[in-house]
Design a protein around this ligand. Structure first.
Ligand SMILES: Cc1cc2nc3c(=O)[nH]c(=O)nc-3n(C[C@H](O)[C@H](O)[C@H](O)COP(=O)(O)O)c2cc1C
Length: 133
């Protein structure tokens, strides 16, 4: 039997200028349906201007999703921050795609200029709040 490595990918992007803010709800809805089938889990954080998303799952599924994400016109400035190819466990195993809206820029501020590990730590710090979302 083929054993698929657990791959993780973290990026930041900017909501496309002129995109309709209501499309974020649509993104999350389709993401959850697709991710469930693809065995992808993770988190999407949005502050009204920037996205930061972490996805984890079987390598080929993660790579396929990253390709789709890079082509999605609803966001721009796609900036990979961390790519881990053989992780021993999932960090967001409970969520097909947790969604967290932050109302101040502080959470995502500077995330793209720091290390990927720093960004991942910031997202993991949100875990206690996610069940309340
Ligand atoms: C910020 C952002 C996050 C997204 N997250 C996911 C996701 O987790 N899973 C997913 O299937 N699609 C996600 N999408 C949508 C994909 O880019 C893509 O539209 C979707 O996979 C459907 O692809 P298709 O239109 O080629 O069928 C996201 C899009 C954006 C802009």
């Amino acid at each position: 039997m083929v054993k698929h490595e657990l791959e993780c990918f973290l990026y930041q992007s900017k909501f496309a200028p002129g995109a309709d803010a209501t499309c974020v709800a649509q993104i999350v809805k389709t993401a959850r349906a697709f991710n469930e089938k693809a065995q992808i889990t993770g988190i999407l954080v949005f502050d009204g201007e920037f996205f930061c998303q972490y996805i984890e799952g079987p390598s080929y599924q993660v790579q396929n999703l990253v390709t789709l994400l890079t082509r999605d016109p609803r966001h721009v400035n796609f900036t990979p921050l961390l790519h881990l190819r053989r992780e021993p466990y999932r960090r967001f195993s409970k969520w097909t795609m947790a969604y967290h809206l932050v109302d101040d820029a502080e959470v995502l501020e500077g995330i793209g200029t720091r290390s990927g590990e720093f960004a991942l730590k910031k997202l993991q710090d949100l875990i206690p709040q996610l069940d309340a979302d």
